[in-house]
Design a protein around this ligand. Structure first.
Ligand code: ACO
Length: 169
């Protein structure tokens, strides 16, 4: 359940339509401090390496993000029966000078627990992040993904707009 005192952002950014589509079995809500123990990092392990993050370090990072109001929106889907996090996604709002000081939403770090994949939770996470982007005033949301996920994002309403370039440090 949502703990308003430790939620990363206000629940007014949570899409009511997607919440109701999820029914009784799943809860869509902002990331909260207790999600360290509810397994959010376990879900992200399916995406990439996480490293050894203590609860103290998680809390420190969480508080840094929470202080930057309107910038970091991390949502989770909790399985009601177990209280465990089974899906996660991030929208980072970038403030620009171009496009009349426009805002762009960057979708990052999307993951659904292996046992829950294929149940349309991923598409709902993207829909929920699109809702947040619109509500925050973004003129678009963008993301990078590997070719094997392209069709998933096409089904979420996204289209291929070019190449991803990277330089590792
Ligand atoms: N390729 C093609 N189609 C796909 C794929 C895929 N990789 N994944 C899902 N789909 C399709 C589904 O079949 C479904 O189609 P339908 O509408 O015809 O039924 C539709 O997309 C929606 O699928 P969901 O059930 O909502 O997808 P799921 O809940 O399994 O989540 C996700 C998809 C997030 C990619 C999941 O497989 C996952 O967590 N993978 C591992 C981590 C990962 O790769 N994350 C994305 C990284 S990119 C980023 O973070 C910006």
């Amino acid at each position: 359940m949502t703990d308003a005192n430790t939620a990363l952002f206000p629940t007014s950014f949570i899409c009511p339509d997607i919440s109701s589509q999820l029914g009784q079995d799943y809860i869509l809500r902002p990331l909260q401090l207790s999600d360290y123990r509810a397994g959010v990092l376990e879900v992200l392990k399916d995406l990439t390496t996480i490293g050894d993050i203590s609860e103290e370090r998680f809390t420190e990072q969480f508080e840094f993000l929470r202080a930057r109001q309107g910038e970091y929106f991390i949502i989770v889907i909790e399985k009601a029966a177990t209280g465990r996090v089974v899906g996660v996604g991030t929208l980072l709002v970038e403030r620009k000078f171009i496009h009349e000081c426009g805002l762009v939403g960057h979708i990052e770090d999307i993951a659904v627990a292996k046992s829950e994949q294929g149940k349309r939770l991923g598409i709902k996470i993207i829909g929920a992040l699109d809702f947040i982007g619109q509500r925050a005033g973004c003129y678009k949301n963008i993301l990078d993904c590997s070719p094997h996920n392209e069709q998933f994002y096409v089904k979420c309403g996204y289209s291929n707009a070019g190449f991803e370039m990277t330089k590792r440090f």
